[in-house]
Design a binder for this molecule. Structure first.
Ligand code: SAM
Length: 279
């Protein structure tokens, strides 16, 4: 039988796909705590069964009522309580910060057990600069709010990291291409699972690729900083224009490609006319 732990709050990162990614300390801690606060008890039950951990679970969200938070806080004085989310690091686009803040304010011990985090794992796969990055979580669903959120960070000299769902990937990439122009980016999918992949290209290319082909699984978008990309070649412009011209007018195609490849509209328009004449 594992010995119980000193009282306090233990923030425990769990796997984002491959169960083998649980750390030794996380597994031991989950076996030794007195209670586990879980985002979704059914999801966490599977992990606990895999680890042979039997502590009782309580559902916890930052919008859980004040009475539950007060009860949980009171327990931290006498019990070891773990906080886990469905997958990855708690508090990162997941519940927990209100509990950590309250636990600290009440003077209880708070420990963190670092481990898997999709944002960090995606940065390691994308092949884009990692010296400065900004994690932005999920973009807003509504077009105006999404465009505003993108405009707010457009001038930052840093890589940008977003969480996204397959269903919304195409429109988010299109909004990023419009708002940020020609930047290198990566769509990183299913990290640590069977179909893990990182698809790289310009934002415009990726937006075109996923426009009508929403991929399955869990996704992170990484966008490189401005000014990293070499000027687009005539061949790259022509390929993008051919695709756009099959959908829209010459003028609109030129405007779209000027934004997505970050070239002057005059150059895009001249190439579009030349393509039209050659047809
Ligand atoms: N706290 C988690 C973490 O540390 O990564 C993130 C929780 S957030 C609610 C869930 C989002 O993380 C998913 O919609 C997806 O964007 C991303 N994600 C989680 N697991 C992933 C995986 N295996 N591959 C790619 N993205 C993943």
């Amino acid at each position: 039988m594992d010995q119980s732990l000193p009282s306090g709050l233990y923030i425990v990162a769990t796997p984002i796909g491959n169960l083998g990614d649980i750390t030794i300390r996380a597994a031991e801690t989950l076996r030794r705590v007195d209670r586990i606060l879980a985002e979704d008890k059914r999801v966490t039950a599977k992990l606990l069964a895999h680890l042979g951990a039997t502590a009782p679970m309580t559902a916890y969200h930052d919008h859980s009522d004040d009475a539950l938070r007060a009860r949980t806080l009171a327990e931290l004085g006498t019990q070891a309580v773990a906080l886990v989310s469905d997958a990855g690091t708690p508090l990162i686009s997941d519940p927990g910060y209100k509990l950590v803040r309250a636990a600290r304010a009440a003077g209880y011990a708070v420990h963190t057990l670092p481990g898997p985090c999709a944002a960090i794992a995606a940065l390691t796969l994308a092949g884009l600069p990692t010296d400065r990055f900004l994690f932005l979580g999920f973009l807003p669903a509504k077009a105006k709010a999404r465009a505003d959120a993108i405009a707010e960070v457009a001038s930052l000299r840093a890589s940008l990291v977003f969480y996204e769902s397959g269903a919304r990937l195409g429109e988010s990439l299109a909004a990023l291409a419009t708002g940020l122009g020609a930047r290198d980016a990566a769509v990183v999918r299913e990290i640590s699972k069977l179909y893990e992949e990182a698809v790289t290209g310009s934002l415009g290319e990726l937006a075109a690729r996923y426009a009508d082909a929403p991929p399955r699984g869990e996704i992170v978008i990484v966008v490189g900083p401005p000014g990293e990309r070499a000027e687009a070649s005539d061949e790259e412009i022509d390929a993008a224009l051919r695709d756009a011209l099959s959908r829209t007018t010459t003028s609109r195609a030129a405007a779209e490609i000027a934004v997505s490849l970050g070239i002057p509209k005059k150059r895009a328009y001249a190439r579009a006319l030349a393509l039209g004449e050659g047809a």
